[in-house]
Write a protein that binds this ligand. Sequence first.
Ligand SMILES: [Zn+2]
Length: 292
Amino acid sequence: MQDYVVRSTAAGGLIRAMAARTTLLVDEVRRRHHTYPTATAALGRALTAAAIMSVDLGENHTITIRVLGDGPLGGIVAVAEAGGRVRGYVQEPATHLPPRPDGKLDVGAAVGKGTLTIAKDLGLKEPYTGTVPLVSGEIAEDLTSYFYISEQIPSVVSLGVLVDVDNSARAAGGYFLQLMPGAGNQLVDLLERNVQEMPAVSSLVDQGREPEEILEMVLSGTGVKLYQRFPVSFTCTCTRERLERALISLGKDELESILVEQGEAELSCHFCSQVYHFGEKDLRRLLSQVKR
Ligand SMILES: [Zn+2]
């Protein structure tokens, strides 16, 4: 049951639509970062959005979603590269709040008030960056607002993560609908009705519905076409060399004091929690590479 995103169009090209199943991705990240349920849901929604957006990326392109709130969760970072390679983390993985009255995990309260930023590195000189204030901290609504304000694309975003009793991610997925210029009120009304009748996307995934079926449901009556599948998975891009460069960039004084006081350094990757150990010899070699 590999995770994937399906991309399609409907209403003769007036609607672009994508849907994803991301259960394995979200659970892999949950295990690596030991996230508690509310943190798993928040990070999982951001990872799912990044996975969906990865299908529009060319080779060497990267998209980064940053949610910075004043709630107990701190920041969320989700990164996707071409080929469906997705990674991410939350600042405070041990965040869990009482559920909302409707039984859903209270992601909005965990995130709080703040901003959502999307940076697209498309291989140009500067990455394209847009920032919007958070609407609710529930991630999907915040992304809808981002697309509308920053990219002038009216859209529907639905993201969901179902956390099991053993705290694993039991089902995760989502869908994006984007209206192209020329979409009339009738189409908007139809979509609104469809969206209102949709069960939660995480329960659809949990019932074993494929992303194609989810799109067929939400786009019912619009003539869905052109299914294209893109596999997505957790992939970290960290290397020992990259962390060596990070150590070198600390500068001579800082590196020397680590060498004298600790005699070694242990760094862990934010994205995958892999620990890299640097012994005395390594630190001396890096010190010799610091520009004086
Ligand atoms: Zn890593």
